[in-house]
Design a protein around this ligand. Structure first.
Ligand code: GRF
Length: 209
């Protein structure tokens, strides 16, 4: 990718605030990546509105099941779209489906996800509520590479937020979202600059010269 901008395909199912943050960062010509497409499994996704406003081509691929696990044919269709756009990196931004097949295999080591907790704590759904119920004083977000595990891939970046005694779930969620956007943009930049190297479970970040 030296000299060229990293081509990013984003997969999102919902509001799309992380998609928007990344796509907006990519509008800056000095940013080393460009968002080439949005793919969603949800025709009602807020992300579609952001894509239209930002001029990003969008594709809706509705799986024949509501289950989180994607049928292989659907995952193959998504992989085909990513390939058609010559994506270098696939970014999951609130994509509520589990990848297991063709996309994961074809883009191994080139798929990132963001999770609203400090992994490995509070994997799965409702991570902020899990953190509150457990009583932790600090939570945050994690950007990680995606592998065959659930929320278990090598960790690229983490950011923390405090939890106060009077906080409601929505307060913490808003705080986590605030750090997610910056953290995800930074992770995409590091990948695009070729500065991430995985050694066993550790993602090493090369210094900027
Ligand atoms: C984020 O909290 C992210 O951590 C989780 O899904 C949420 C997506 O939010 N994986 P948005 O659609 O980007 O606003």
């Amino acid at each position: 990718m030296t000299g060229e901008r990293c081509r990013v395909a984003v997969l999102a199912s919902g509001t799309g605030s992380n998609f928007k943050a990344i796509a907006e960062a990519c509008r800056d010509a000095s940013f080393p990546a460009t968002v080439v497409c949005l793919i969603t499994d949800n025709p009602e996704a807020g992300a579609l509105g952001h894509a239209s406003a930002l001029g990003v081509p969008a594709h809706t691929v509705v799986p024949p099941t509501k289950k989180a696990g994607l049928p292989a044919e659907t995952e193959q269709r998504i992989a085909d779209i990513c390939r058609r756009y010559e994506a270098d990196l696939v970014v999951l931004a609130g994509f509520m489906r589990i990848l297991k097949g063709p996309l994961l295999d074809e883009f191994a080591g080139r798929i990132m996800n963001i999770h609203p907790s400090l992994l490995p704590s509070f994997k799965g759904l409702n991570a902020v509520q899990q953190a509150l119920d457990y009583g932790v004083k600090v939570t945050g977000c994690t950007v990680h590479f995606v592998d065959h595990s659930i929320d278990g891939g090598a960790i690229i970046l983490q950011s923390t937020v405090p939890i106060g005694d009077d906080d409601e779930p929505d307060d913490v969620l808003e705080r986590v979202h605030g750090v997610e956007h910056k953290t995800y943009v930074r992770a995409v930049r590091l990948f695009a600059e070729g500065r991430l190297r995985v050694e066993n479970r550790r993602v090493l970040i090369a210094r900027e010269y």
